[in-house]
Design a protein around this ligand. Sequence first.
Ligand code: AMP
Length: 380
Amino acid sequence: MTIGILGGGQLGYMLALAGYPLGLHFRFLDPSPEAPVGRIAQRVTADFSDQAALEKFSSGLELVTYEFENVPVEAAEFLAARVPVYPPPVALETAQDRLKEKQLFQKLGIATTEFAPVSKPNELDAAVKKIGLPAVLKTCRMGYDGKGQWILRTAEDVAKAKSELPAVPLILERFVPFARELSILAVRSSDGETAIYPLVENHHRGGILRLSLAPAPRLEPPIQRAAENAARQVLESLKYVGVLAIEFFEHDGRLLANEMAPRVHNSGHWTIEGAVTSQFENHLRAVLGLPLGSTGPAGHCAMLNLIGELPESAEVFAVPDTHLHLYGKSPRPGRKLGHVTLRAASPERLALRLSELPAFFHRPDFCLDSALTHSASLRA
Ligand code: AMP
């Protein structure tokens, strides 16, 4: 049985690694001849808009899924006319547009920060008047890892942004002085069974995820319940199949939904060692209509992204309870090259192991020291 995957980055790589023990084969489509999955599976190198390549790609596949959320919706729909495509293309369409995404949250009664559309630069002043400052201006589409965003604190920032704005639809959001960022991973199978992982605490630098703590330290049951309710609403309303991630801000004791990703997610990498069933295996079980596996945690985890450069493997493994994942990409600044997961029996043991990591991990961009202080204060 061969599963087709659109996108051939590390998420696809880990999906395939989870699928081999289930007897599955994989075929990937990615425009880059460097896509890391080429090391471990069939890779078709073609543009997502190349219909002849899509046609050939789909031949003999059981189903198609994706690991990259900016796959053109037209490509997903073209394939959906030939073979089942999960999650449904409507989920892709919603998640690709920050305005549609926030409007869906609003329609489902899921709290968000206040927002207003800015379809042309001359609408910015009215939006600022409505939302207030400080605010965050974002392109509706193609923004990820903090790209395409401007923080507006003063009238001068607004004037400057107006002079620089790209001629694309934008959204203005009220800036949230959040206590922390959390995300939830939920999964729904093609026969409607759902399962939800515990909330994860995420630390970003420059808009890129650097560190996740899972389950999130000092997790109040009402906060977990609110996140689960939000996830269930989205899963049901989109008749979703597969893993879905929703990112939240925790602010004033409540959750505000920021965005969703219709795929396995970086903040779920801890589940490989830290949950009974990984997000990758559960995504595959979901799209195949197999019973889902337990999403229960198997300890306390930290996941650190390796961005731009790699530590010495021996130095990582010198610390007990560490696991190293390398994606087979050549190092380049800002590139996600791998991750390290630590799993321990208690939060105290996890903090000890984190403090034992080599100096490479104690630079400010790993967020380790701030996370340890933050978690300790949250636990106090
Ligand atoms: P996003 O691309 O929406 O995930 O934004 C990237 C990062 O920018 C988030 O993880 C937050 O740290 C920050 N951010 C985005 N939107 C807001 C907001 N409305 N208020 C405060 N910080 C934000």
